[in-house]
Design a protein. Structure first.
Length: 337
């Protein structure tokens, strides 16, 4: 590669980061919600210690996690850089814990043992580098920037150099046999990756719909409360975030669904009552009921806040449990191979 320094980054439009920029206010509002709820609870005359526990312990963690998704996605598009020097690769990414900060990983090219250009990484495809770090092999996941062939050529350059060294130390027969084996393995891996990628997209779509329905729906129900619109909606949305976190914790196959089926409604009622909300007495707004009656032709389309949140949590738990099963079976399949 010579004594050069090349840097590559995401294209906000081609790599679809503009959508996350438009949705960033949702993440920032999620981070602000615990403070707003704390001030609201203090105004009701609740003790300061109790207000802190409710606002920052029960709500703070799920609110931070929900907001983190939006903030990290934006910072990933703006901050991520992969730079190449004559002997090193520099990978800059946002910090996982607090994405407004960032860090840089340095990978020595001479330590790279293997490269996989098609590795599933969340809902995207990444470049996997296996590099020596002391006495062990460490994995590095680097992004695949779209429509940037020069970026892939950087990897292919030192990848080809390494292949030449291997060819010089092995016989032609062994090399040809190895090539066939690698092609078969690559075909199998690519099929598995395509299946996982399709499932990741489905999980992201349906899971996102259910999470938004749980958070926004809870806030919409609470607009019936005799408080200001912002305070009512933010309180309901805050409880929705807590329920999303509980659902993630209880996403164990079968066991989680059994626990949710028998105990979730009582837990939902208790959590809402913690915020002085009777979730059994809040029913679907009349305007929404009229629309559902027209669509479903049901005479009684009543659904309490408890029932609504219960079904969202139950379906979300099933979705994440299936995800656990799929990924576990995929890991077992790879270990057998």
């Amino acid at each position: 590669m010579g004594n050069t320094f090349h840097s590559y980054h995401f294209d906000l439009k081609k790599d679809r980061f503009l959508l996350w920029i438009f949705l960033l206010p949702i993440g920032l509002i999620s981070w602000v919600l615990p403070f707003v709820l704390f001030w609201g609870l203090m105004d009701t005359g609740l003790e300061q210690d109790t207000s802190i526990v409710i606002a920052f312990l029960f709500l703070g963690l799920p609110a931070y996690l929900i907001g983190w998704i939006f903030v990290y996605s934006v910072m990933e598009g703006l901050i991520t850089r992969v730079s190449f020097s004559d002997s090193k690769i520099f990978h800059r990414t946002p910090s996982l814990i607090f994405p407004l900060l960032w860090k840089t990983k340095i990978i020595s090219i001479s330590d790279i043992e293997n490269i996989n250009f098609q590795t599933p990484y969340g809902s995207r495809t990444a470049i996997l580098l296996l590099a020596h770090r002391g006495n062990r092999i460490k994995k590095y996941f680097l992004p695949r920037f779209k429509n940037q062939p020069e970026y892939l050529q950087e990897f292919q350059a030192f990848s080809k150099e390494r292949n030449v060294l291997i060819k010089n130390t092995q016989t032609q027969e062994k090399l040809s046999l190895e090539t066939v084996t690698k092609e078969e393995m690559l075909a199998t891996v690519n099929t598995d990756q395509l299946n996982l990628r399709g499932w990741d997209r489905f999980l992201k779509l349906i899971g996102g719909i259910l999470i938004c329905a749980l958070i926004l729906g809870s806030g919409f129900y609470c607009l019936q409360l005799p408080f200001s619109v912002f305070e009512s909606f933010s309180t309901g949305a805050s409880v929705g975030m807590i329920l999303v976190l509980i659902c993630l914790v209880l996403s164990f196959p079968i066991i989680g669904q059994v626990l949710i089926w028998f105990y979730a409604k009582k837990a939902i009622f208790f959590i809402f009552s913690f915020f002085n909300i009777n979730s059994d007495s809040l029913f679907m707004p009349s305007t929404v009921q009229d629309i559902l009656r027209e669509w479903t032709k049901w005479d009684t389309a009543k659904l309490s806040l408890t029932d609504f949140t219960f079904w969202c949590v139950f379906l979300l738990s099933i979705l994440y449990s299936v995800d656990r099963i799929i990924r576990r079976s995929n890991r077992r399949k790879k270990s057998r191979e």
